[in-house]
Design a protein around this ligand. Structure first.
Ligand code: PML
Length: 238
């Protein structure tokens, strides 16, 4: 199996990224698909790596949906949902860090921040870049995508659900995410106990800030980072 990763930038700014895990016979068509994905870029890189070992996950997290009247109420709902395992002040602090741009430079982080579930301290070694979950895909990506689109979900759901499912298998105890895309207001919380809970709206239309926070145990830090970056997972079904 091969891991394919594409990233594109425009004027030095990241504009698009995607990842696939495919069989050799799917390589050509997958490279073309990734090549045509970003509309506008001045630099695009596709990395192909062969994977020695693949881990299979039988089933993705269960999806549920919540709709709240506004983003303030939705963020309070995040606190309530996760308060069964994380202290409320830690959750509120994490929400406000994502909301104002979690990178020290004041922007969004490309990867996730890692938050100590017991103290709320940030643990990621590089606060500008964070930690990215890579090497995860659906065994039958097209089939799963069609099923999700039929139910009114989006390709972002497809990718975010795969990431959240892998994260839980790597020891992430809970996760919070909303997009940095100004028009995409649905975010989610995920945990092994709650599954993948989509929440609308987690931000205001036109708000450029977003990101991911992974809550972990401090003692698991190295093992979790290694798993998120290195272990390859294919998810078998929804
Ligand atoms: C969903 O639609 O299920 C939520 C997806 C969040 C995506 C975050 C992102 O793409 O930045």
């Amino acid at each position: 199996m091969l891991s394919l990763r594409m990233r594109a930038s425009l004027g030095g700014r990241h504009v698009s990224g995607a990842e696939r895990i495919v069989r050799r016979e799917e390589l050509d068509s997958s490279v073309l698909e990734l090549l045509h994905r970003p509309k506008l870029y001045d630099s695009l890189t596709i990395t192909v790596e062969s994977l020695k070992e693949i881990h299979y996950i039988e089933k993705a997290m269960e999806i549920t949906n919540l709709e709240l009247p506004n983003y303030e109420r939705a963020r309070e709902e995040v606190v309530e949902l996760l308060s069964y395992k994380i202290d409320r002040p830690i959750l509120r602090k994490t929400i406000s860090t994502i909301a104002k741009g979690a990178a020290p430079s004041g922007g969004n982080m490309r990867g996730a921040m890692l938050v100590d579930i017991d103290t709320g301290q940030r643990l990621e070694p590089d606060r500008e870049r964070g930690v990215r979950t890579v090497r995860v895909d659906w065994e039958k990506r097209k089939e799963v995508m069609e099923a999700l689109l039929r139910e009114g979900y989006t390709e972002r759901t497809l990718d975010a659900l795969a990431l959240a499912t892998k994260n839980a298998h790597c020891g992430v105890l809970a996760e919070l995410c909303w997009s940095d895309d100004e028009d995409y207001l649905t975010g989610y919380v995920a945990s092994p106990e709650l599954g993948y809970v989509r929440i609308y709206p987690l931000k205001k239309l036109g708000d450029p800030f977003g990101g991911r926070a992974y809550f972990i145990r401090r003692g698991d830090l190295q093992r979790v980072i290694e798993c998120l970056r290195e272990r390859a997972f294919l998810i078998k079904s929804l």
